[in-house]
Every structure is written in C-alpha cells, then in structure tokens.
Design a protein around this ligand. Structure first.
Ligand SMILES: [Zn+2]
Ligand SMILES: [Zn+2]
Length: 389
C-alpha cells in the first residue's frame, strides 16, 4: 500500500512537470514583470520573402502570436531581393502586411530594416524607421537574387543608410558581430566605422546573441560602449523546428507600457535582457529584478526529534529554469556546493541542518549560473529569510 501511494505521488509530480513542460513547449512562456515595468517578449530581427526569407509576413505574425511574443520587427535587407521577378521591391510592405495581420491581436509590430554590407560596419538593424525605402544602398552593384557590392563603393555610400536612419530617429543596433568569421572576415569587430557610428549617436545596441548563439565579444562590446543588449532569432524559415526542444531566442524589454514608444524608451535606457537557450544576459539591475520577480523564497522551522532544522522553499513562478549555487552558514542537506536547479513553476525545498540555535532570520547567498551580468560573472544576489512563526 505504501509502495502504491509512493508510485501515485511520483505519477502526480511527473504530471505536474509534464504540464509545465507542455506550457513551455507551447511557446507561451511566463516571464514575470519586474517592479515598475512590464516584461515584453520581443524579437527584433527576422526576414520574409520581401528580402531573403522564405515565408510571407503574415506567417511571422502567426508564429509570434503562437509563441506568445509581445513585439516583433520584420527587418528586410535593404540591399537584397530574393524574388525580384515575383515581388515588387518595397521594404515597407512586410511591415504593413504584418501590422494589418496583427490587428486585434495582442502583438505589437514595429517597423525595421537590416542594412547589410559585407564590409565594415557589416550588418545593423534600424528599428522604428518611418520609410524603409528611403535608406539608400548605393554600395551595391546588384542585389537581385545575388549579393554583389560595387568594387568602387565609397565610405559615404556605406554611411548613407545610417544617416538616413538617424534622420528617421531609428534605433540602430549591430547584428551578429563575427558573422563573417567563416570566411576569415570580420576579425576586428569594432572598427573605426563603428566608432564613428557611436560618436554620431547612431549606434545604440548590439546582438549579444543571434539565432541562439551567444558571442562573448559582442557582450564585451555592449559593456565597454554602453550598448543595449539584444537577442533575436534572425529567422529566414519557420522558427519552430530549430527551437522545438527549447524556446525561441528573444529580447526581454522592460517597458513602462506596451507601445512602440514604451519599447523605444526602454531600448534607449538599456532596460533589456537577452534570452536564449535558457541563458539570460542582462545588466545587474535588470538581472536581479527579474530573478527576484521569478523566484519566491520562504522559511519554515522544522523539528526532527531533537534536531531543529530550517526548511527553505524556493518557488520559481517563471518558465525559465534557473541553475543556482546557494550558500548558507548551515549545512545544505544533499546539495554539495549548494547546487540546485529551480525548475519552471516548481518548488525546490532545501533543508538547512546544524541549526542548533534556531534563528528568526537567515541569509542565503545565491549565484545564478545561467544569468550573466558580465562576460565573466554570473548574477549574485541574496535572500534574507524570516521564519513565519
Ligand atoms: Zn544579417
Ligand atoms: Zn538578418
């Protein structure tokens, strides 16, 4: 009978996990708001048949709604047409079609384009453009089903789309630095061209992760130059197959409101977290706020015969699993080095032993090894816990 009850319990907890997993796999991740701000799930980089993608803009909307995203930008290459015979060149069109398709849905579509020369400064996205067709790509010889730059292109031609983007008050960020490494290019990722973009107040952000791949050099650039940290899918096909076992990459934007202006303000104020492959990359303030909004800690006194103990419960309300290393002045039963995984929508219970003089409060120091606050450091935070009685 005892065995049966035990088996039943196992089945039940297995079931609870399956539900959490199913919810996570449905793509609609729960990621809580932080004090003062809404947490918006955003993807600011994707393509359609209007440049070199292979889906129609309405499909991007369908995917984003299915995946529970709050904000997307479709960012066609201003210098490439994949289907010039079938589709008339118009880099505003995918935004217009997506916006139309998102009407009445809980998805905000913002405008954007990708400026993509194969020489410095390489690829950048410009968000919030008012007219994508006004960004010149005169450095190209041909962008129709092929990508051929002029041999005698000038620096002014390369700078021109950035100046046009600035005129439109766009938010510009550096895409996938190091993308040309496969052919031995882009070995210097921050060039004099980038310095000029920074000095002119044009360059504001960088993808520290692109299509789920983290780039430590991009992370260093973000920290060194005060750039907003971004993570996007850069999808050209359908998002799902690539991330079927996990979650699609996204940028978490901590905004005062879910409007284009709210997103713009948050990006300018660098209130983001790059989220990919169950890692978060953020600045200390946002990283700590998000972890504390996700994980709720409580303390209970326990007695096992003559042994006083403390039971710590760490409930993770989010769909992000956190890998933590917990330090306490007491013995953490069964957790060498205090290593614990805080599973999504689950409670981890830690028993503190050798608690001979039961305190009213105790300190837990926590390192969250899948939240990076710099290229070298994981988030460190603490909980001061008081027992309820
Ligand atoms: Zn690109
Ligand atoms: Zn792209």
């Amino acid at each position: 009978m005892k065995k049966l009850a035990f088996a039943f319990c196992l089945t039940l907890s297995g079931l609870a996990k399956d539900v959490a997993q199913a919810q996570a796999q449905s793509g609609k991740l729960h990621i809580p708001d932080i004090p003062g701000y809404r947490t918006l799930k955003c993807d600011f980089h994707m393509h359609t048949v209007f440049s070199d993608g292979h889906v129609w803009p309405t499909f991007r909307v369908h995917e984003a709604v299915r995946d529970g995203l709050d904000v997307i930008a479709i960012t066609e290459h201003i210098d490439y047409e994949g289907f010039p015979d079938e589709i008339r060149k118009d880099y505003n069109k995918s935004y217009q079609l997506a916006q139309e398709a998102a009407r009445g849905k809980d998805l905000l579509v913002i405008s954007g384009v990708e400026i993509s020369p194969r020489v410095p400064p390489y690829h950048h996205n410009a968000l919030f453009v008012s007219d994508a067709n006004a960004l010149p790509a005169d450095y190209m010889k041909s962008g129709k089903k092929e990508f051929v730059m002029k041999e005698d292109m000038t620096r002014a031609e390369l700078m021109a789309p950035f100046l046009a983007a600035q005129k439109q008050e766009a938010f510009v960020f550096y895409n996938h630095p190091g993308w040309g490494w496969w052919d031995g290019k882009d070995t210097t990722l921050f060039t004099p061209f980038h310095q000029e973009l920074l000095d002119r107040g044009i360059l504001k952000g960088v993808e520290v992760a692109n299509s789920g791949n983290y780039n430590v050099i991009a992370h260093r650039l973000a920290m060194e130059h005060g750039l907003t940290m971004i993570s996007n899918s850069d999808e050209h096909y359908d998002v799902f197959p690539r991330y079927r076992d996990g979650h699609r990459p996204m940028t978490l934007v901590f905004a005062e409101e879910k409007t284009a202006e709210g997103v713009r303000k948050a990006l300018l104020e660098r209130r983001t977290a790059a989220f990919f492959d169950n890692y978060l990359v953020a600045r200390q303030q946002e990283a700590e706020a998000l972890f504390k909004a996700s994980v709720h800690a409580s303390l209970e006194k326990q007695q096992r015969k003559k042994e006083p103990r403390l039971l710590v419960k760490l409930y993770n309300e989010s769909d992000i699993p956190f890998r933590v290393s917990v330090k306490s002045e007491y013995d953490l039963e069964g957790h060498p080095l205090g290593q614990v995984t805080l599973n999504p929508r689950d409670t981890a219970e830690l028993v503190l032993r050798a608690v001979w003089e039961t305190p009213r409060e105790t300190l837990l120091e926590i390192e969250v090894t899948n939240i990076l606050v710099s290229p070298e450091e994981a988030l460190k935070t603490r909980f001061v816990l008081r027992s309820e009685d």
